[in-house]
Design a binder for this molecule. Sequence first.
Ligand SMILES: *Cc1c(COP(=O)(O)O)cnc(C)c1O
Length: 439
Amino acid sequence: MMKYYSTKGKVSNVSFQEAITRGLPADNGLYMPETIPLLAPSFFEKLPQMSLAEIGLEVAKVFIGDEIPHDRLSRIVEETVAFDIPLKKIEEGIFSLELFHGPTLAFKDVGARFLARCLGHFSGESKQQATVLVATSGDTGSAVAHGFLGVDNINVVILYPKGKVSELQEKQFTTLGHNITALEIEGTFDDCQALVKQAFLEEQLRSDLNLTSANSINMARLIPQSFYYFWAYAQYQKEGLDHPLCLAVPSGNYGNLTAGLIAKRMGLPIDHFLAVSNLNDTVPLYLKNGVFAPKPSVPTISNAMDVGNPSNFARMADLYANELKDMQQHVTGYSFDDKETAKALNEVFQQQGYLMDPHGAVAYLGLKDYLSDRSLSGIFLETAHPAKFLGVVEDIIKKDIAIPENLKACLSKEKKSLPLENTFSALKSFLTEASALNP
Ligand SMILES: *Cc1c(COP(=O)(O)O)cnc(C)c1O
C-alpha cells in the first residue's frame, strides 16, 4: 500500500485515506507519496491509443492502490474527467492545453471533482459528517463548491478575500446554498490561507469537525492533475510530433506544476518545465537566486495566481531534495507584469485568432521566451476560460466576448455569503457554532 510522508518528517506515514481526509499533516508539512515509481514501458507504448480516463486510472492506481476498489476508482476517474481537454495548435511549435471545459471553466475542476468523489467514497464508508475548509483566490472556491455540491455527509466552508475576486468568480460559489457556505473575509488571499492552515493545526477543532482541506495542498487534488500531462503528451504524439517538449505552467500555489513534475518523475518524457508567474514571483526568484522569500501578494489581472507564499513549493523542494541545481535542471522560472500579459493576450488574439485568458497568457509569454533560442515544441496550460475574466479580457481586446451558458445562469442568482472578521477566533466561533446547528 502506498504511504504518504510529511515533508517536515515529524509525523508517521499515513495511508491515502488519512492523507486526504487530514489534508495537512500535524507538523504543518505537506503529504508526499513515499515513492513515485516509473511507469512501465508498455504504458508509454500504448499511451497514444489510450483515453484520458484510461490514462487517469493507471496513474491513480499507482497512488491509491486498492484503498479504493478498482471499479469504484475507475468510476471516480471517469466522472472526474468527463469533459474534453483538447490540445490546440496556436502557432508553429506552440500548443494550448485547454483545461477549462469543466463545469466551472477552470482546471481546478479536475482536482476538485476527484477529491470530492474520493472523500465521498470514504465518508460514505465511515458514515461520518465531515467539513471541508478551503481558502480561495477565485477559482478554487467555485471548483470545490461544484465538486462537492450535494455530496452526502460533507459540508463545505469557503473563505475568500472580500473585493478581490471577480463578480463572476464570486457568484459561482456564493449562489449554490445546500451544503456550501461562503465566508467573505476582510483581508487578502494569504490571510484566508493562513486562517485555514491555523484551523488544521488545532487538533481539537480538527477532530471535532472532521476538518478536511480541499486546497491544492490536498494530495487528492494533485494526483488527477498529473493525468492531463500524460494526456497532453499522448495527443502531441498522435499529431505525429516528436520534438522534445517544454511545458509552461501559469502558477500561483504551484500545485499544477508539482503534478507535472510528478508525471515527469513517473517517466513522462517532458524535457523542461516553466514556472511562470505574474508579479507574485516568489518561486521564479528562488529559481534564480536560491532564496525562498515569501512576501505579501500583490493584485494582478491574473488574480488566481496572486499568491505570495505558495504552499506547494514545499513539495517542489522535497522532490528535488532541496537541491536548487537539480530543480533548475528541470524548471526555469519567469515572471511577467500585467502590461506584458495584456499585450500578449491581444497580439495572439489579433494575429492567431486565439483568445487566451490572462493566466494562460502569462504562461504563453514564458514559453515564447524559452523557445526563442531552442529547438523545442511547447505546450502552455490554458487554465481558465477567458469569459471568467470578462471585464479584463474585453478591455484588452476591445471587443465583447460571449459568456458560456452555465456562467450566465449563475450571474442572475443572488449572492449569499457571510462577512467574517479576519481573525482566527472569529473563524473558530463560526465553525463551532455552525457544527452545533448541524449535529
Ligand atoms: C489556481 C489557478 C492557477 C494557479 O494554479 P496553481 O496550481 O495554484 O499554481 C492558474 N490559473 C488559474 C486560472 C487558476 O485558477
